[in-house]
Design a protein around this ligand. Structure first.
Ligand code: F0G
Length: 457
C-alpha cells in the first residue's frame, strides 16, 4: 500500500491524559467495569465511537459565527436544507438533534404495533425505536464472508422469502444501514440496493436508508464496484439516495460535526406527520432541537465530507491500522471499512464462551493495559438477555470496535494503540471473562455494571 498521510494540518490542540496503571485499575472498578462509565479525563486514546467526536474544520468553526439563531425560518436552516436537497435529491428536509431522534420520529410515522421492519441490520437504537412502537425488527444480513467486498449487504434470498411468505404482508419498510455498523462497518453494494428497490416496488413497501455513514459507503463503492469507478464520491452518494424513498441519518458521523440528525424524504404526507411529531419532542421544524450554529456547521461538514482526498485518508487509515493490529496478533475483520477496525474477540480469547462476554473482556483489557477506550459489539450489546436466570442468547459475533473519530488522531496515536494490543496478544489466556451484575431492560450496555470472573471458565 502506498504511504499516506493526514490531508490536513493541525490548528488547535488539546492535551490528552495519561493515567498510570493503578489509576486505570481504580477507575475501571469505580466504573463497574463498563467503559461507558469511565470519565474521559481517564482516557488516553478514545476510540469508543466516531459519533459526535469529529474535529471540525476551520471553515466549520467560522460557519458557527454566522449561525442564525432565529426560532423559525432561520437562514442557517435554509443553508442546511439546500445542501441536503442537493445531496439526497429529497425535497423534504427535517433536522433533528441526533440520529435516534430522527429514526424514532420517522419510524413512528411509518410503523404501527404488529408491523415488521426488515433490514440488513438495524443499529441498536434503531431496533429500540422499532420495538418501542410494538413493531418487530428483523435483521437479514448476508453471511459474513471475509473476502466479500460488500459485507454490509442484505441477504436478498432471505428478504424475498420473507416478503413472499404470508407474514410478509406485515412488512412496512426495508431499512438499509449504509455502511452496516453492526456487521463490521462494511459497505452495501449498488447491486444490492438496486435489488432491494425492485423488491420493495413489487411488494409496495417503503425503502428507507439509515444514511449515517453515507459518504464512506459511497467512497467504498467507487473503490470496490467497477460500475462506480467513474463516479465521484458525491455522485455515488447521490446514486445511493436516488434508489430509496427517504432516509434518516445521525449527522454526528458523516456530518463531521458534534451534534445533529436529519430526516429526508420524497413523501410530503409522511414528512407532514414527522413534522407534527417533531414539534412535540424536538422543537420547531426549522431547527429540530439544534442551534442555528449547529445547522451552519453541518451544512459545511456535509459539503466537505465527500472530498475524495479526505475519504481516501479515512479508508487508508482503517486499512493501515488493521494491518498494524493484525501484525500485533489481533484477529482483524476483513476487509476493513472506513470508520473503525473490528476485532474478532472470540478468536483472540477462545477460552471465554459468549456468556463470559469475550468482547467486553477484550475492551476492558485495552483500557487496563493502556487507557485505550473501545466499544464492544458482542453479547453485551446484541445478546438477548435470558429470563428467569437463563443464560443470555449470544450475539452472532463477538466483535470489538476500534472506532476512528474523524480528523482527530494521527498515525502515531494509532501506533500507541497497536503497542497496547501487542502486549495483550502476548498472553490472551490471562484475560478474564465478565458477568453482568446490574442491567437495564433495553440498551443495557450503556449503563450495565459488571464484574470479572476470576475463577473457572
Ligand atoms: N444509526 C447508526 C448506523 C448508528 O451508528 C447510530 C449511532 C445511530 C443510528 C444513532 O445515532 O447516536 O446520533 O442517536 N451510532 C453511534 C456509534 C452511537 O457509536 O456507532 P445517534
Amino acid at each position: 500500500m502506498p504511504a499516506f498521510m493526514e490531508p490536513f494540518r493541525i490548528k488547535a490542540v488539546e492535551p490528552i491524559p495519561f493515567p498510570d496503571e493503578q489509576q486505570r485499575r481504580d477507575t475501571l472498578i469505580a466504573a463497574g467495569y463498563n467503559l461507558f462509565r469511565v470519565p474521559a479525563s481517564q482516557i488516553t486514546i478514545d476510540l469508543l465511537t466516531d459519533s459526535g467526536t469529529s474535529a471540525m474544520s476551520a471553515a466549520q468553526w467560522s460557519a458557527l459565527m454566522t449561525g442564525d439563531e432565529s426560532y423559525a425560518g432561520a437562514r442557517s436552516f435554509e443553508q442546511f436544507e439546500a445542501v441536503m436537497q442537493e445531496l439526497t435529491g429529497y425535497p423534504e428536509i427535517i433536522p433533528a438533534h441526533q440520529g435516534r431522534a430522527a429514526e424514532r420520529i420517522l419510524l413512528g410515522s411509518v410503523l404501527g404495533p404488529g408491523d415488521v421492519s426488515l433490514a440488513n441490520t438495524h443499529f441498536d437504537t434503531t431496533r429500540a425505536s422499532v420495538e418501542s412502537i410494538g413493531a418487530t425488527a428483523v435483521d437479514l444480513p448476508v453471511t459474513a464472508d471475509p473476502d466479500t467486498p460488500f459485507g454490509g449487504d442484505i441477504d436478498l434470498a432471505a428478504l424475498k422469502e420473507f416478503l413472499d411468505a404470508p407474514h410478509g404482508t406485515n412488512v412496512r419498510c426495508v431499512v438499509m444501514t449504509v455502511t452496516n455498523n453492526a456487521t463490521g462497518g462494511q459497505p452495501v453494494s449498488l447491486t444490492n440496493l438496486t435489488a432491494v428497490r425492485r423488491l420493495c416496488d413489487e411488494h409496495g413497501i417503503r425503502f428507507l436508508l439509515d444514511a449515517s455513514r453515507f459518504a464512506e459507503n459511497a467512497y467504498l463503492l467507487t473503490q470496490r464496484d467497477p460500475e462506480c469507478q467513474a463516479l465521484t464520491p458525491r455522485q455515488a452518494a447521490q446514486t445511493i439516495f436516488s434508489l430509496a424513498d427517504g432516509c434518516w441519518a445521525s449527522l454526528k458521523k458523516d456530518g463531521v460535526a458534534n451534534i445533529g440528525g436529519v430526516i429526508a424524504l420524497h413523501d410530503a404526507e409522511i414528512a407532514r406527520r414527522c413534522r407534527d411529531r417533531l414539534i412535540e419532542t424536538e422543537g420547531f421544524p426549522t431547527y429540530g432541537g439544534l442551534a442555528g450554529r449547529d445547522l451552519a456547521a453541518l451544512a459545511q461538514g456535509l459539503t466537505e465530507v465527500t472530498d475524495p482526498q479526505y475519504l481516501r485518508y479515512r479508508e487508508q487509515t482503517a486499512r493501515w491500522f488493521g494491518d498494524q493490529l493484525e501484525d500485533a496478533g489481533f484477529p482483524v475483520v476483513r476487509p476493513t471499512g472506513c470508520h473503525a477496525v473490528y476485532i474478532d474477540a472470540a478468536r483472540l480469547l477462545p477460552h471465554l464462551c459468549p456468556q463470559r462476554l469475550p468482547a467486553t473482556a477484550l475492551a476492558n483489557q485495552l483500557y487496563l493495559a493502556g487507557a485505550v477506550r473501545v466499544s464492544e459489539l458482542g453479547t453485551l450489546v446484541f445478546g438477548i438477555p435470558g429470563s428467569n436466570g437463563e443464560p443470555d442468547r449470544p450475539a452472532p459475533r463477538e466483535l470489538v470496535r476500534l472506532a476512528l473519530p474523524r480528523r482527530v488522531y494521527t498515525k502515531s496515536h494509532l501506533e500507541y494503540v497497536t503497542d497496547v494490543a501487542a502486549r495483550i496478544a502476548e498472553s490472551p489466556d490471562e484475560v478474564p471473562g465478565y458477568r453482568i451484575t446490574e442491567q437495564a431492560s433495553t440498551l443495557r450496555h450503556f449503563t450495565a455494571v459488571l464484574e470479572p470472573i476470576t475463577s473457572g471458565r
